[in-house]
Design a protein around this ligand. Sequence first.
Ligand SMILES: [Zn+2]
Length: 161
Amino acid sequence: MLQRRALRHALRIWLRRPASIIATMRKKGMPSHLPCPCGSGLAYAECCGAWHGGLAQGQFAPTPEALMRSRYSAYVLGLPNYLMATWHGSSSPGELDMQPLKWLGLEVRHAEQSGDAGVVEFVARFRPPHGGPAERLHELSRFVREQGQWFYIDGQPPSEQ
Ligand SMILES: [Zn+2]
């Protein structure tokens, strides 16, 4: 219980101090040459790492799928600031209390873009915080592009489409 509280406290500090996240990643030696968490088969630095690191310089994920993948990787790596920065203002939760889930993998099933709108269907697998069998998040996510930057709007199960 205490451990959970300490974890939440740490996450809350991370939310407020983006620099400390970067420092933590550096300390951990974030392996930029290792395969990207999104499962693209590319190195992290050549995939989602480019968008995680490029956001501040105005280098944005170029497609809805690239943004979707980079957001998944941000969940894996614990980068709430990236998630908030790529969440559309109309649906943003304002603050993100990241659950300590263990993410197991991402499968992008379908991605399409029409002008400044995009939809990505994906399945993400994760293990709940308290253990137990792996669960699947199957979602159709909607994205919109404004001034050259893609944003996540929302998502719903495919059956409700
Ligand atoms: Zn990636």
